[in-house]
Write a protein that binds this ligand. Structure first.
Ligand SMILES: Cc1cc2nc3c(=O)[nH]c(=O)nc-3n(C[C@H](O)[C@H](O)[C@H](O)COP(=O)(O)OP(=O)(O)OC[C@H]3O[C@@H](n4cnc5c(N)ncnc54)[C@H](O)[C@@H]3O)c2cc1C
Length: 113
């Protein structure tokens, strides 16, 4: 919940609204297809539900929101966490190597106390 800024409707208790990852319907949705799928599911006994991922409901169908902001931009880890740090100019020790596989990750914690 802390990672998301949800731009949909429904139960606010199961969403976050101040995180760096925007969840929305983006700039495009194929409404006709979505309605047809929901109608077809309804006809064979599956209810339409608001939130597929809230863990309260299951065995139903819903229009899924996307890891895409209302302006259409993809909300991936690089775009939302890494690129802002790189653009800020505040992290001269942060280097990005493309086409490179990370084999080992070492985290060093230095206490200032
Ligand atoms: C089947 C499927 C369907 C989806 N459908 C939708 C959808 O319809 N709508 C939607 O909004 N979202 C959808 N998603 C989710 C969306 O794809 C993810 O939210 C988004 O790609 C996450 O981006 P990310 O940068 O966090 O991770 P990723 O896009 O997975 O990027 C991680 C990157 O790290 C690289 N990597 C991994 N290990 C290493 C390593 N050791 N060293 C170096 N690089 C490494 C990988 O190669 C990859 O490029 C779907 C995901 C899946 C799997």
């Amino acid at each position: 919940m802390q990672l998301e800024s949800f731009h949909g409707e429904g139960d606010e208790s199961v969403h976050g609204y101040s995180g760096p990852i925007h969840i929305s319907n983006g700039t495009f949705a194929c409404d006709i297809l979505q309605k047809e799928v929901l109608n077809a599911a309804h006809k064979v006994g599956y209810p339409t539900i608001d939130h597929l991922q809230d863990l309260k409901y299951n065995n139903g169908f819903a229009v899924c929101h996307k890891y895409i902001a209302p302006d259409g931009s993809r909300q991936d880890t690089a775009s939302r966490y890494l690129h802002p740090l790189l653009r800020s100019g505040k992290y001269p020790n942060l280097h990005v190597l493309t086409e490179t596989k990370v084999c080992c990750f070492v985290l060093i914690y230095v206490s200032m106390n």
